[in-house]
Design a protein. Structure first.
Length: 55
């Protein structure tokens, strides 16, 4: 898996009003295998409403 270099990235507003941010790209060499992804909080505070699409 390739993750983007750490940088300040702001979410873009989609036509339906939702916010969207690209987090990385996944490659599995064309095989039907499991792909794992972890999301980790690095700053305190309440978080809610995480939806994943297109995986």
């Amino acid at each position: 898996m390739y993750m983007f270099e750490p940088r300040l990235q702001r979410p873009s507003v989609r036509r339906d009003g939702w916010l969207e941010i690209e987090m990385g790209e996944f490659f599995n060499s064309g095989k039907c295998e499991e792909v794992q992804m972890n999301v980790m909080e690095i700053k305190g505070g309440w978080k809610s409403g995480l939806f994943l699409e297109g995986i």
